[in-house]
Design a protein around this ligand. Structure first.
Ligand code: F6P
Length: 357
């Protein structure tokens, strides 16, 4: 008899259900007796003992279903060691629920913060497998996270739609793309959508260079310009600020987000009409794209294989097209950022895309 716990934590994304389906189908066809416990709403369910015994029915028909059948929540890693409002020791409570159910292992689907808590639980002696979920693609040790390509599709579609209206009205459009502190999503959607300017956190921009790039297009007779801007994009000036100073600037909330600051600066400089589009959480919604369905199924089945072999303490990633088990302790707490010297950046520059640097 194998007893496996499942939980999905942090911001959701499109292929969470597809991944859990992969884990459970992979196990069911190889293990005679299996009990799967789903913890509700991320680590909350594990802390407060909110779980459900799941059956194969729960995993049927969910390959294409976005969101997560288990629900999710954000439980910051930095607060995990702090007692809750009622003085409950969260780590002890999580361990207690794990042992109470006599789990063989806990499969945790989530991003960077989730991974840190997964690693903490590993250090506390639990059998853990982490599966890399996020539209941000910022998890170290895997080339790709599930959710990323589905979000690229949505952000690209947003840029595609903006293209036609931008051209009709001869306007400058800023499309602000998610991605937290990294630029993967903006870079891929920007290139796929034919953006003229791409601004990402890893390459701080000079506003004068951004405006010059718009002017060059205008002089070349192109009436419109499209900027794909990461929500975490930062100017060269702001990049010089200390963390504390930058946080203070953001907390003053002069602008709702970086797109609005840029829009004002562009308007002030040369007066073109500027519009902002923020696709926001639509980027995390809807069905997983075919690539993510395949990736998440592979990741899920590989996790099942590890469980059958009783190999724990790993994240399952994809490296050069092959599934790889990566020791959690080696990747936890590391962020995978875009390398400004990466080939893809050089190629984009060669074809005239400005990064404002
Ligand atoms: O990590 C995924 C992500 O969508 C980021 O791209 C974004 O910054 C953040 O989550 C938004 O978080 P929330 O859903 O809590 O607003």
């Amino acid at each position: 008899m194998k007893r496996v716990g499942l939980l999905t934590s942090g911001g959701d994304c499109q292929a969470l259900n597809a991944t859990m389906r992969g884990v459970v189908k992979g196990l069911s066809s190889n293990v005679d007796e299996l009990e799967v416990y789903g913890f509700m709403n991320g680590y909350k369910g594990l802390i407060y003992g909110d779980y459900r015994l799941l059956t194969s029915r729960d995993f049927s028909g969910i390959l294409t279903k976005g969101g997560t059948i288990l629900g999710s929540s954000r439980q910051p890693f930095k607060l995990m060691r702090e007692p809750d409002e009622k003085g409950l020791d969260k780590v002890a409570a999580m361990k207690q629920n794990y042992y109470k159910l006599r789990l063989d292992c806990l499969v945790i689907l989530g991003g960077n913060g989730t991974q840190k808590t997964a690693n903490l639980l590993r250090e506390e002696g639990l059998n853990i497998i982490h599966l890399p979920k996020t539209i941000d693609n910022d998890i170290w040790g895997t080339d790709m996270t599930f959710g990323f390509y589905s979000a690229v599709n949505i952000a690209t579609e947003a840029i595609d739609c903006i293209h036609t209206t931008a051209a009709s009205h001869n306007r400058v459009f800023i499309v602000e793309v998610m991605g937290h502190k990294v630029g993967w999503l903006t870079l891929y959607a920007g290139i796929a959508g034919g953006a003229d300017i791409i601004l990402i956190p890893e390459i701080p921009y000079d506003i004068k260079k951004v405006i010059a790039a718009i002017d060059r297009r205008t002089q070349a007779g192109k009436g419109f310009t499209i900027l794909a801007v990461a929500e975490g994009a930062i100017s060269k000036q702001d990049a010089k600020l200390s963390k504390k100073e930058y946080k203070k600037k953001l907390s003053e909330k002069k602008y709702p987000s970086v797109a609005y600051e840029l829009a004002e600066q562009i308007r002030e400089a040369n007066g073109p009409e500027v519009r902002i589009t923020v696709p926001g959480h639509t980027q995390r919604g809807g069905s997983p794209c075919p690539y993510d369905r395949v990736l998440s199924t592979r990741i899920g089945v590989t996790a099942a294989d590890l469980i059958m072999k009783e190999e724990y303490g790993y994240m399952v990633g994809i490296v050069n097209g092959k599934m790889k088990k990566v020791p959690l302790g080696e990747v936890s707490g590391r962020l995978k950022m875009v390398d400004p010297k990466d080939q893809i950046i050089q190629e984009a520059k060669l074809m005239g895309i400005s990064f404002g640097d």
